[in-house]
Write a protein that binds this ligand. Structure first.
Ligand SMILES: [Zn+2]
Length: 274
């Protein structure tokens, strides 16, 4: 969690992050597109092609070609495109990118797939000796997946865990109960020694995944306690907006719209009796 500008780059022996040029207050520095490659293999996996920007898509292909040591139009260069979730800043270019590369798009939500192959909990995706294990981590959205790269002890978290700050539980698609369970699941993978790195969907990589998950769980618990406190002050039928203004005073008002989604998720969670 540093304030250094994030520009992507190579991580471990198998991960390269190509940063998309779509920075804004929600996407932090822009979307991280990940190209995964087993050393010596002749194909790559691409995670979250991101926005439909020709220069970005070219950079993804050029990165894959460089890793493989071939030219960008080599057939089979991209084995498959995977999506962490359906939000447009991750998925917009997936179909056109995969079609041009001659491969499919695999996602939990069938509406975002290209080709017949789905993607979900427990799936193992391979490309030239590379293994990626799919871990369902709903909460930011219902269709959020994380991708574990065992050989790197790294987990690609999409928007479930970000490189900086915390994420939005995008109510009503996102659900706080599911999100907390997903954080617990990732935390357990860290405790078991299976994960030490977070390779997130936005912002810098995190070398201490366990500390990041501790912080996320603590942050969620604190926010929830603040919302409960706000309801004591404002009354049980306070509007989400009133709660945001009470709880998120420390947050830039430009983010209050996003905060309201998280507050709605928290109110739904509390009103359902947790
Ligand atoms: Zn998202």
């Amino acid at each position: 969690m540093s304030d250094q500008p994030w520009a992507g780059g190579s991580f471990g022996d198998r991960g390269v992050c190509v940063l998309a040029p779509n920075a804004n207050y929600m996407t932090l520095d822009g979307t991280n597109t990940w190209v995964l490659h087993e050393p010596g293999a002749d194909s790559c996996l691409v995670i979250d092609p991101g926005p439909s920007d020709p220069g970005h898509l070219e950079a993804i292909t050029a990165t894959a070609a460089r890793l493989v040591g071939t030219d960008p139009d080599a057939p089979g260069l991209i084995a498959s495109v995977l999506l962490t979730h359906h939000h447009a800043d991750h998925s917009e270019a997936a179909g056109e990118f995969a079609a041009a590369a001659g491969c499919g798009v695999r996602a939990l939500d069938p509406a975002y797939r290209l080709g017949s192959e789905g993607l979900g909990e427990g799936d193992v995706v391979t490309a030239g000796g590379l293994e990626v294990h799919v871990v369902a981590t709903p909460g930011h959205t219902a269709d959020s997946l994380s991708f574990l790269v065992p050989a790197e002890r790294a987990v690609l978290t999409g928007d479930t865990v970000l490189g900086r700050g915390t994420t939005v539980v995008a109510h009503p698609d996102g659900e706080l109960g599911a999100y907390l369970a997903s954080l617990d699941r990732l935390h357990a993978l860290c405790e078991a020694g299976e994960v030490t790195w977070v390779w997130p969907g936005h912002g810098p990589v995190i070398p201490d995944a366990l500390a990041a998950l501790d912080y996320y769980r603590q942050h969620r618990a604190e926010r929830l306690a603040q919302v409960e406190e706000a309801l004591l002050v404002l009354g049980l039928d306070a509007s989400p907006r009133q709660v945001v203004e009470h709880v998120y005073v420390d947050v830039d008002p430009v983010l209050w719209g996003a905060a309201e989604l998280s507050v709605r998720a928290q109110l739904a969670y509390l009103r359902a009796g947790r």
